[in-house]
Design a protein around this ligand. Sequence first.
Ligand SMILES: C[S@@+](CC[C@H](N)C(=O)[O-])C[C@H]1O[C@@H](n2cnc3c(N)ncnc32)[C@H](O)[C@@H]1O
Length: 425
Amino acid sequence: MAERRADDSTAASTSRFEEEEREALGRIVHAFQTYAIHSDLQLDRWKFHFSQLPDRHKQILHGQSTKYDRAAHCIKSNQRFFKAMLKAFDDDEGGPSHLAHAADAGYEAAKAQHKITPIDADKVRYVLKNLARDWSSEGAEERQKCYTPILQELKKLLGTDCSSPPAVLLPGAGLGRLCCEVAGLGYQAQGNEFSYHMLLTSSFILNHSHTSHEHVVHPWVLSTCNQLTDEGQLRAVHVPDVPPGDLVAGPGLLSMCAGDFVEVYSADENHHAFDCVVTCFFIDTAHNIVEYVELINHCLKPGGYWVNLGPLLYHWADSTSSEDMSIELSLEEVVRMAASLGFKMIRNELLQAPYMANAQSMFNTSYDAAFWTMVKEADVELSCNQHDHYYGHPADNQCHAQSGHLTSPPPPPPPSIRKPVAGSE
Ligand SMILES: C[S@@+](CC[C@H](N)C(=O)[O-])C[C@H]1O[C@@H](n2cnc3c(N)ncnc32)[C@H](O)[C@@H]1O
């Protein structure tokens, strides 16, 4: 009887968990579905302020209304992209199971009249800029600075004979371009990502784009500050610059694992599972960076490599919630901490690396990013059971449930039919 009660309560908590996941997915899908609505509000704001001007000023700025019309057109084009993306999950048999009911989840969120917050809206716009970074010709220069040094380092460390492909883990995979490039070297690349915004978009690009320049987006249409020209603000970006299937060296070399890095990779099955861990603009997303480094140690085989490129712009540093732990170390402290956790530095430099730069803006950020390679010389124990240890609120746009599942099949070598990778659902 007691056993049965335990079973019932496990089943209840599993289904509550699934419900919460579906709700989280639904909110994000709903934000994508209503992109044009919340973007038009921005347009209305511009128009309202313009309408308040004295007539003489309106005459001087007479080109504004044409610009607003053109912006409305760009917004429609962005919405078309998101519509095509969400449609792809409607009947995507064989696709990632955690995204399979995306459309339904979105309609449920709409029915529940879920309100799109400015943060939700912002994250959707951020995806468009990430598309430019990862999947446009315009992003090539940025990728040259951020991804090429990593790829060159991997070739040096892991070689080019891939009869038995080395396993490379890339946590915080974003829209998956670097994962594809790593799989393009003939290595077994596994991306990990927890944001539903990124998971939906990367899955669409990786699994449903088969020709170059298939889609058009206007990533900067709503960015009004520091624009050099109207053309620059409204310009189109065509994605993908290359079909992902053309980048990957062979079937089964690329997989995506959805879920929180800490939750997923602390599992025993990931102990000593990888020859290399690549962190690109990722380590500063940690609540507790020491925990990330312990996990990287946990996942690496003895003698495995950790290649890192990125700044230390701690993501939780500005949180006002006392529940959001944020351990903010200097670079010097990170390097010392890694050494005490079994890593030996074999390459250490600073590299100029931009993030989501807009080549036609008066404002751009470029980091003196830390670029290092460390070798794992010793095993360390995980300090605690990571499953019992969550330092922040599970944010509502994040996917937590998919631990250990390979969720995205490799992109098809065109024009063949996509097959799931071994171990995927
Ligand atoms: C700054 S972005 C970098 C993305 C990509 N590596 C690049 O260079 O373009 C950091 C990424 O890490 C993801 N991320 C943050 N914390 C994570 C976690 N705990 N587990 C998995 N992904 C995470 C975010 O959703 C985001 O896509």
